[in-house]
Design a protein around this ligand. Sequence first.
Ligand SMILES: Cc1cc2nc3c(=O)[nH]c(=O)nc-3n(C[C@H](O)[C@H](O)[C@H](O)COP(=O)(O)OP(=O)(O)OC[C@H]3O[C@@H](n4cnc5c(N)ncnc54)[C@H](O)[C@@H]3O)c2cc1C
Length: 440
Amino acid sequence: MSATNAPLRIAVIGGGWAGLTAAVELAAAGCRVTLFEAARQLGGRARSVSLHGQTLDNGQHILVGAYRETLRLMRSVGADPEHLLRRLPLELAFPGARPKPFRLRLPRLPAPLHLAAGLLMARGAPLAGKLAAARFMRRLQADGYRLAADCSVGELLDRHGQHGALRRRLWEPLCLAALNTAPENASAQIFVNVLRDSLGGGRADTDLLLPAADLDRLFVAPAAAFIRRHGGDIRLSARIERIGDDCSVAGMSFDRVVLACAPQHAVPLLAGHPATAPLAGRIAGYAYEPIATVYLAYPAEVALPFPMLGLNAGHDGELGQWAFDRGALCGTPGLIACVLSAHGDWEACDNDALAERLHRELQAALQRTLPAPRWWRTLRERRATFSCRPDLPRAAASSGRAGLWIAGDHACADYPATLEGAVRSGVAAARGCLHPEAGA
Ligand SMILES: Cc1cc2nc3c(=O)[nH]c(=O)nc-3n(C[C@H](O)[C@H](O)[C@H](O)COP(=O)(O)OP(=O)(O)OC[C@H]3O[C@@H](n4cnc5c(N)ncnc54)[C@H](O)[C@@H]3O)c2cc1C
């Protein structure tokens, strides 16, 4: 509430998971929220799309048990994570890996026993490598998960003697999945933060939470309904070009503004004001990484032996990284989503060639012939995430300009570009709006 006890009027620019979170938190606190979204739909980089008469996602998403704020926000808008997400113990299964199949599964034991037992029982890695991996985690923990200086994940793994199967099948895939940046370019400190909150956390933090519904049902639609129920106004196809003096947006005046756009879209809105121009300059230097999701729609009887199956990227020119069984997860039998993260050779393949290659790679991984897919579709997000490089300058919730707060995955300095980073940033921006005296 404002000093006069009238509800605070707040503009939220951007209706991705960060903006929706900020709007939910502010509406719940009694503010009058207007959310402006440039696109015709909400969800941003984690949105549903309609393909072949089905509601699918712009990209396969993975959540983990450590996504505490995401789970809290889902519950607060009435989206039950127990039903909408499938909780599975972390399992990295590469049955077609060469020279040897690899499988690591964390058993349901208390932490840190689950990690120790999972590493020791991993198949396809020598004992010396398993002990080195356990020593690596212990060393990070002893150092409080703080590195003296940031460097690349590749350098960190070299320094700690992480080579061979566990490097290729555990650390490097985790880095790609979490940071969407190749290990030789990715920030070791942010990777270590991810390890702190996942493998280094409680047993439940390491669980995979695989969506059992499309992203719209997971959070976007319930969040929008929550905002409207609390008197908020959501305007679609409303691209904001400028934040005026006294927090005016689209000709309306507000008490505060939350800017919740991806970094490349935040830059022009920050560059025009002397208080935020330096931040705009820093963000303008970001590089970006793509993600492709290739949907292969097989006949209904085709299923994978694991809901999330490791492919053989990097071996003999193979491209695929992961395949998800959407039949087992989301009740769409026969539908497999293959994921390709970060810059790589796959970008040079056209959509049909990519689908064909992934069909072949899937057969090689499963060591059996599959029927031809009934249809396929490749979705490419060219700027899926910022490239999570060492020492990347990051925004905080506080923009330095009176009344303006920043949200978006890029504004959660501890995390890579993830749903959890986006949600946390939305929570922090809402807190800033409500308690500006506390700073952020
Ligand atoms: C294919 C893919 C796969 C991914 N996989 C995972 C995963 O497995 N796990 C995970 O945790 N994360 C994953 N991510 C990352 C995650 O989706 C993002 O980090 C998160 O969605 C970012 O949310 P955001 O709200 O910060 O930004 P955005 O989603 O980009 O939202 C910003 C919104 O602002 C709108 N906008 C921009 N400019 C304006 C303007 N001028 N006026 C009004 N509106 C504007 C945009 O249209 C957009 O809707 C993935 C991303 C992609 C693309």
